[in-house]
Design a protein around this ligand. Structure first.
Ligand SMILES: [Cu+2]
Length: 171
């Protein structure tokens, strides 16, 4: 219903989409001497939050990728805290399990090729950059050492090799 009202509001005031905020994160290595890098571009669309993540200089294979609670990458990424889990549910894969069966930042894995680069593109319904609930702006996106195997409580993905704080860049 809120969305319907927003659409009506946009038509009345000539704004394309009331929720069309955009944001980004610069992913940096958490360890000294590591050259892990990357970026994330996030845009609110009528279908949900569209997110494109690119990483480089990462060991080939699958690496867990999540939103963690706090926008702080200090202490080898540990300052980001645990998974952003506003609904207090089990770990899962947000695109298929939804908010009832996954943490709001459970993006699964990013697959890195032999050249050390990887890309993940997801559109996540009801996830937002700003606002009151399911909000990822100001939190951290964390790239893990190992594959997220979707085991409990956080996917057994090991250490945090990359981290970036999500900032809202425009609306
Ligand atoms: Cu994580």
């Amino acid at each position: 219903m809120k969305r319907v009202i927003a659409v009506v509001g946009c038509v009345l005031f000539g704004v394309p989409w009331a929720w069309a905020e955009s944001g980004k994160a610069v992913i940096q290595a958490t360890a000294e001497g590591s050259s892990v890098s990357g970026d994330a571009a996030l845009t609110e669309t009528p279908d949900g939050l569209k997110m494109t993540v690119r990483v480089s200089n990462v060991p080939p294979g699958k690496h867990g990728l999540h939103i963690h609670q706090f926008g702080n990458c200090a202490d080898q990424g540990n300052a980001a805290g645990g998974h952003y889990n506003p609904h207090g549910v089990a770990h899962g894969f947000l695109p298929s399990d939804g908010f009832a069966g996954a943490h709001a930042g459970d993006f699964g894995n990013i697959e890195v090729g032999a050249d050390g680069t990887g890309m993940l593109e997801l559109t996540l319904p009801d996830l937002r950059l700003g606002g009151a609930s399911n909000t990822v702006g100001g939190r951290a996106i964390v790239l893990h050492e190992k594959e997220d195997d979707f085991g409990q409580p956080t996917g057994n993905a090991g250490g945090r090799i990359g981290c970036g704080v999500i900032t809202i860049t425009g609306s």
